[in-house]
Structures are given as C-alpha cells and as structure tokens.
Design a binder for this molecule. Structure first.
Ligand code: BTN
Length: 324
C-alpha cells in the first residue's frame, strides 16, 4: 500500500469516528499493516499538522482542527471527481502558483495546492498579494486542458463564477464579479484570481488558476484598507474556510466540465452577467499607459467585454484592468 494512501486512510477512519478512541490493533487490522507502521504514520501525520491524541490502552483519537485546511479535513467533504482529489498542503510557502510552476507537468490534472500562508503571494501585474496565516484561502488549481491557449482566459471567468456564486450561497452576501478577475463586495475587493499558463502557440502544457480569498482577515495594511475587505469584516463573524473551499471546487468542476465537454462557457457567462459589478456601467479600461472610457453593454459568449466607446463605436475588450 502506498504510504500516502495509508495516511489518508488513517485520517479517514479517525475522522469518521471523531470523538472515539480507535486502538492501534483495530487500525492495523482494518488497514492490513503492522501496529508499528500505524504508529510511524500517526507520527508523520502529527508532523504534518494533524492533532492526534494517543492514550495507553485506548488508542488514537483525532482532535478536530477547525481552523486548518489540511487535506484530511477537506477530502471527506469534497464532492468532486477530479478537481482537488489530489491536495498538496503547506503551512507556509512562497506562492502556491510558483510551486505549481516549479513542479510543472509533474503535477496531475486537477491537483489543488493550498497553503495556510504565502510569503510571496503574487497578484496580477506584478503586484504583491497579502496572504496572512490561516486567514484566507490561498490556493492554485493545476489543470491540463486540451484547449487553444487563447481560450485560457476563460478559466479565469470559470473561477470567478465559482467563487462568486459559492460565497453568495454559503455566506449569503451579494458579492459581484468585477471583470475579469476580482470578486468585490460594496466596491471593495474580497478575492483575486491569477491565471497563468505554460503553452506553445497551439497547445497548453498546463494552466494554473490561482485563487486568493480574504476570508477571516480582520486588519488590512493602510495601503490596501480602502480597496480590500474580507468576508469576516463584512459579516462580522468568521467563516469556515473548509466549507468554502470544497464548495468552490465543486462549482468550479461543474463549470469546467461543462466548458470542456460542450466547448462553451454559457453557464459561466450567465453567472458572470447576473452578478456583474460593471455591466451597464461606465468604466475605464486601463492597458499599459492607455485609458479608455466606455459603457459596458455585454459580456460576450467568449467572456470578453462588449463596450460602447466614447466615439460611439463598439469594441470588444479581451483583457485589461477595469476601474469603475
Ligand atoms: C489579483 O487580484 O491580482 C490576483 C491575486 C491572486 C492571489 C492568489 S493566492 C493563490 C495564488 N498564489 C499566488 O501567489 N497568487 C494567487
């Protein structure tokens, strides 16, 4: 038996019988390995961050770790087929997107890399992304989609739709999507998405959807406190990150499969339109040094903005920063 599978099985058994002591003998019988092997793996699990009590003559008991995103806490709640079935967890890392880039094709499709904190979290346009320990969801979804590289941006829309609709359903606040990659509430940013890929002209090697959600952060640095917020700040209480992560991955998988199978992102676009922060609004589109003003009249089937520009002409915008 592969050792990681064995550890996952130990966690699953302990989790399924939370509150109960399970003897080393029973675990060894159930998993068909020696008691010494069980003991060895329990110690590794403890080093990984699981809190497991052991009492002489009683056995092992897992202590619910409410605040962590340890794979053993997520796997049992996941309702997906592929996305997040392999979770790589860190207490601390520079950036989950960078980890995926370093590993590249060694990772399997659907792997989710998640960290309690990021020391060098990255946002779009080379900006830093604050990722304090245990306060948010800092994760990267690693994908190998067989789609033309130009379609890669659709994955940002899929992620935005998944995050926005999940926060609405789970937390009950009316978050909006600020095309192309922000989720906002009351005009302040709650979540950012950074999609990166390695590709040739007509083939994607892999694509990384990095999602950063300010969940339980209560204090923001002065530079960002005017523009950033968190779910906890908005609702006045902390939120279970596990429920959010597992639900986001579920919706993400549904929308992703829909795209890959049907070749269209109709459902995603419907969500992006319904919850758009900029549809029918006058906005500035910033690209490098150029700023253009226009009215957003639609989000196209391809996930682009259809704008009515100041000169009366319609223009399709595929990328850029939007300021409202
Ligand atoms: C943005 O709004 O500019 C995008 C922010 C993306 C942040 C996430 S957190 C997980 C992943 N790892 C990173 O370094 N960045 C993304």
């Amino acid at each position: 038996m592969m050792v990681i599978i064995l550890r996952n099985d130990i966690i699953e058994i302990l989790n399924n019988r939370k509150g109960e002591f399970i003897s080393g003998e029973e675990l060894s019988y159930l998993l068909k390995v020696s008691r010494t092997a069980i003991w060895k793996h329990i110690n590794i699990l403890r080093k990984e961050g699981y809190e497991i009590e052991s009492v002489h003559k009683k056995g092992y008991r897992i202590v619910e770790n409410y605040n962590s995103l340890l794979p053993g806490e997520l796997i049992g709640r996941l309702q997906t087929q592929t996305i997040g079935r392999n979770i790589i967890y860190f207490e601390s890392i520079d950036s989950t997107n960078d980890y995926c880039k370093q590993k590249g094709n060694d990772l399997s499709h659907g792997t989710v890399v998640i960290s309690e904190e990021q020391l060098l979290g990255r946002g779009r346009l080379g900006r830093a992304w604050a990722s304090p320990k245990g306060e948010g969801i800092w994760m990267s979804i690693f994908l190998k989609p067989h789609i033309p590289p130009l379609e890669g941006t659709k994955l940002t829309q899929i992620a935005a739709a998944a995050v926005c609709s999940t926060i609405r359903n789970v937390v009950g606040i009316d978050t909006l999507i600020k095309w192309p990659n922000d989720i906002v509430f009351n005009g302040k940013k709650l979540c950012g998405i950074l999609t990166e890929m390695s590709a040739e002209l007509n083939e994607i090697h892999y694509l990384i959807v990095g999602v950063g959600i300010n969940v339980n952060t209560l204090y923001f640095s002065e530079e960002i406190s005017d523009v950033a917020t968190s779910i906890a700040v908005e609702i006045g209480k902390t939120v279970d990150r596990k429920t959010l992560v597992t639900n986001i991955l579920k919706v993400f998988e549904e929308l992703y499969e829909d795209f890959i199978i049907k070749g269209s992102i109709k459902k995603t676009i419907a969500i992006c339109k319904e919850f758009s922060a900029i549809l029918n609004k006058k906005v500035n589109i910033i690209r490098g040094n150029s700023i253009k003003e226009g009215l957003v009249i639609d989000i196209t089937e391809e996930g682009n903005l259809l704008m009515l520009m100041e000169n009366g002409e319609k223009e399709v915008i595929q990328s850029g920063e939007v300021s409202v």
